[in-house]
Design a protein around this ligand. Sequence first.
Ligand code: NAD
Ligand code: MG
Length: 401
Amino acid sequence: MSASPTGVTVLGATGTIGVNTLDVIARHPDRYRAVALTANGNVERLLEQCRTHRPDYAVVADPAHEGALAAGIRAAGLSTQVMAGPEALEQVAALPEVDAVMAAIVGGAGLLPTLAAARAGKRVLLANKEALVMSGRLFMDQIRASGAQLLPIDSEHNAIFQCMPPNFGQGLSQVGVEKILLTASGGPFRRLPAEDLEAVTPEQACAHPNWVMGRKISVDSASMMNKGLELIEACWLFDSTPDRVEVVLHPQSVIHSMVAYVDGSVLAQLGNPDMRTPIAHALAWPERITSGVASLDIMDIARLDFERPDMARFPCLRLAYEAFNTGGTATAVLNAANEVAVEAFLAGRIRFTDIPRLINHALETLPHQPADSLDRVLAADREARAVATAAVREGQYRGRP
Ligand code: NAD
Ligand code: MG
């Protein structure tokens, strides 16, 4: 280990992943130092984190909160430099004194700062799966071009990474991997009769049986769009095709995913459902550090169940498969329409079952383009948001499902 601690920028410090990241960092002050912390607008929590972690920079994405943040930093007697706006997020992701960047902003808002970290050759700890869904090829090209290290934080992808051979970058067939088994808890509505899905509330959707998470990913888990995004994420991270990734319902969330090899071996990573495990793994890799998570009591696991997912019941999963197969900007459209739909559902403006309808509407309305430049991806994102927002307003969306 080097003498000076590893400098870390935490993008989305005030969210669930951000808070867990700072918890792990605080356990190892000799190894890690928070250089920059960012938030959208939760100034109170960001200030509390600044008092504890004394970062060099604190950033609010929304400039309306800059004054309050600056006043709080002054009142606390801290020398932390205050910055604001989307460009400031990119700046702190690329600082020379930063070695690792936790990409934990939710949604497409995380794309540019996460790409900035990749471009600057940082160790990118990727929680922000939407960034990869929007622009997988550009993102992976950027990582390779700069020699950045990409470590997955999503528990399933972190598990897959742990079960892969070190040389998986040569190609899955070359290293004897037959398939990836991507586990899914099935969310809170796995057992709900399909006809009752229409009437579920945001509170019910956010009550995940096994994990505590932000509201957007909680709704995604309930609709299984989270697994759809994760399928796309797995294909990019491990250079796989969708037919090599099998989604397996595993309600206990003890196995976080598996890798099956041609010799008949299946490797799995198991653990308590606590994001500090993948965070600590990715921060320290290839070393291991404590995370605050108790090791799994294997005697406590009464049983492990597995089922096939029901695509008819969860059309979001099917839409994600189809968008990835269509390629180009289709996954950016899928992601943007989903973000609009989830927000509208959380605000009580559409029903839960309207989420896939709205996404389908955007996918059918917009032309497919090659995702060969960042401008194209950002344009597709903007257009899909506009189409989905108009459809919410007018309450009309066509076609399947
Ligand atoms: P969250 O809602 O708890 O936190 C989101 C963070 O992003 C906050 O710090 C917020 O201030 C910031 N943010 C929101 N909008 C922003 C904007 N427009 N500009 C800049 N910053 C903004 O979300 P979370 O549960 O921590 O999830 C974060 C990411 O990690 C998501 O992409 C999610 O899919 C992924 N992830 C989360 C979990 C989990 O267990 N929570 C697991 C796997 C992956
Ligand atoms: Mg996950």
